[in-house]
Design a protein around this ligand. Structure first.
Ligand code: BES
Ligand code: ZN
Length: 617
């Protein structure tokens, strides 16, 4: 009798993942820096979820060169299906005969990445900080793993992984090092590095990096890894908070499941603030601001060890389950370590990011919904602060409705029920409602929740009352600037005495909200008096440049272009190009032409779209 196949709930995969389920992957790769490619093989174990219905396995695959395919050791027929953008050319593998329900087949595919691979960036020695060695790293979220090897590239499937990686330089991966065989030397100056990921993970958490990397302790179960010349400053930035953060979230959810929690600080072209690759968070060097003011990125990536990495969104349409929950937990960590007013401070910054994103897309846009329709779309195009901040506000609203103490007891319950699983928003809803069913008061409160509006209405949610104690002082200061020229206000260095870099960030954001931009002389004065242009904190420098660009100050164009050649984090790069082109489009274009090879392929494609309205990859 044929067994019913569950319908696929992820529209962004071409794989038939409900028919075959990958349970284990072994990735054997040689990192060949000269050729900028990975060469090797991948071995997947698939469990049949049906009784002899399907004699084909379809895998996601994009821009990968396939050598041959074997099933249980025997050569097998395969073909690449016609390209279906943005999902790629799926790999169809034929089985000679059907197999029984729950039987396992082992598929070995020999593969090479190509220069069109969107998941890898290859850096020349000149693009690294000590300019001695080449470097490579991966970024697979959301659907780029398929450009490294054929796989079920969906967050709805999780498997354990073995990594056998050969490189002339140290390697980091999203698994625990296999200690007794780590760093076995081979001939030709290469070494084999082995890692094992014992917790099943989705394809987007597959990660590799290799380069001149050294490590230093930042806590009892944590190291930071980076270029040797940057090691000490990275260690200083992270050693005060990392273990505090882990301790705090373990009390909120439950103990950390992955063994070690480490951070890799990448070269500046890393396109995100951070990426929650298991065992090793990958992070931008722009969080190393020498003031420990950007470690909230670490709190965020650490929180993903529960929300996202253990409990995973079933598709990118329910991305808020990853990012909204993570933003919520990140702010609970901040509250535990620095006090409740910090949580609200961070939420106020988040609200500003949310309004910016909603304004950017337009208040009725599909991507401003909590649950988005991504059929036929590229999840990268939907990326914004909305799933983070609308998701946070939704959970904060639920917390307020049922009461904080009761919500606190729901958190470990939710993360236990879905541990090791993927879920969608409807399962979240059912679990929340069920948890409070026997509690009349909480149930009544939840009855008032307008689920459909939260899930499907575009635009901003209702704004909660946040505690403004940490922002009031900078709101006051920004009002003084707004009164210029004309008032008796005389800016002085003391105006910002005692303010943290993040409070200055909020101050600058307020200035950017002025309907009438500052006059260029005033933005110059602000930079001189407060020392903003030279800030080591890139969040501050970036916003100060935005203030000047909005003021139409042509003299900031050169420093902006210089910053755009120094950092490839999209959070800064995309808005800076957008503002720069308004002031001086020829410089924006020539700057992009100059630095496009420095940017990561994803960032390059996004900026190209922003500037020219087309896609580069
Ligand atoms: N998982 C994301 C990064 C990501 C999202 C990469 C979607 C690719 C596709 C990561 O956890 C993240 O949210 N990073 C933020 C940092 C943060 C503190 C909000 C970032 O990169 O800015
Ligand atoms: Zn995140």
């Amino acid at each position: 009798m044929a067994t019913g196949i569950a319908p696929a709930r992820d529209p962004n995969t071409l794989s038939n993942y409900t028919t075959w389920i990958c349970t284990h992957t072994t990735a054997n790769f040689d990192i060949i820096f000269d050729q900028k490619r990975l060469v090797g093989s991948v071995v997947h174990k698939f469990r049949s979820a049906t009784d002899s219905v399907s004699q084909e396995i379809i895998l996601d695959c994009n821009h990968v060169a396939i050598g041959d395919v074997k099933i249980d050791g025997k050569p097998s027929d395969w073909e690449l299906l016609p390209p279906l953008e943005p999902y790629g050319t799926a790999l169809k593998i034929r089985l000679e005969q059907g197999v029984k329900l729950n039987d396992i087949v082992e598929v070995e595919i020999s593969v090479q990445t190509t220069e069109k691979c969107t998941a890898l960036q290859w850096l020349t020695p000149a693009q690294t900080s000590n300019m001695k060695h080449p470097y490579m790293f991966s970024q697979c979220q959301a659907i780029h793993a398929r450009s490294i090897f054929p796989c079920q590239d969906t967050p709805d499937v999780k498997c354990t992984i073995d990594f056998n990686i050969t490189s002339p330089l140290p390697v980091i991966a999203s698994g625990l090092p296999v200690r007794d065989s780590l760093g076995e030397p081979l001939s030709h100056g290469k070494t084999i590095y082995r890692f094992h990921q014992r917790v099943p993970i989705p394809s987007y958490l597959f990660a590799l990096a290799s380069g001149d990397i050294s490590e230093a302790a930042i806590g009892p179960r944590s190291v930071v890894a980076t270029s040797p010349d940057k090691l000490r400053e990275c260690q200083w930035e992270l050693e005060a908070d990392t273990e505090k953060f882990i301790g705090a979230i373990e009390k909120i959810v439950y103990p950390y499941a992955w063994g070690e929690y480490n951070v890799l600080i990448l070269p500046p072209s890393f396109p995100y603030g951070g990426m929650e690759n298991p065992i090793f968070t990958f992070a931008t060097p722009s969080i190393i601001s020498k003031d420990r003011e950007n470690v909230d990125v670490i709190a965020h990536e650490l929180a993903h060890s529960w929300s996202g990495n253990l409990v995973t969104n079933a598709s990118w349409e329910h991305f808020w389950l990853n990012e909204g929950w993570t933003t919520y937990l990140e702010r609970r960590i901040l509250a535990a370590v620095h006090g409740e007013s910090y949580r609200h401070f961070s939420a106020i910054i988040g609200w500003k990011a949310l309004t910016d994103s909603v304004n950017h897309f337009g208040h009725n846009h599909e991507f401003t919904k909590l649950i988005t329709d991504l059929k036929g779309k590229d999840p990268d195009d939907a990326f914004s602060s909305i799933p983070y901040e609308k998701g946070f506000n939704f959970l904060f609203h639920v917390e307020t409705l049922v009461g904080k103490q009761k919500f606190d007891s729901f958190i470990p319950h939710y993360f236990t029920v879905f541990k090791g699983k993927s879920l969608d928003s409807y399962e979240f809803k059912a679990t929340l409602v069920e948890f409070f069913r026997s509690d009349t008061e909480a149930s009544k409160a939840l009855d008032t929740l307008d689920w459909d509006t939260w899930f499907y209405a575009p635009g901003l949610p209702p704004k909660p009352q946040f505690d403004t104690s940490l922002v009031d002082v900078v709101y006051d200061l920004s009002r003084k600037w707004q009164s210029l020229p004309g008032s008796s206000f005389k800016p002085q260095p003391d105006d910002i005495k005692g303010l943290t870099a993040n409070q200055i960030v909020v101050f600058l954001e307020q200035i950017l909200l002025f309907e009438r931009p500052l006059a260029p002389e005033l933005s110059k004065t602000m930079g001189d008096v407060y020392g903003l242009a030279k800030s080591e904190n890139i969040e501050v420098a970036n916003l100060y440049f935005q203030v000047c660009l909005k003021a139409g100050d042509d003299s900031i164009v050169d420093s902006t272009a210089e910053l755009l050649g120094r950092i490839g984090r999209m959070k800064f790069v995309r808005p800076l190009y957008r503002s720069l082109q308004k002031v001086n489009r020829p410089v924006a274009i020539s700057t992009f032409e100059k630095y496009q090879d420095f940017y990561h392929p994803i960032c390059r494609a996004m900026v190209e779209k922003d500037l020219f309205g087309k896609k580069a990859i």
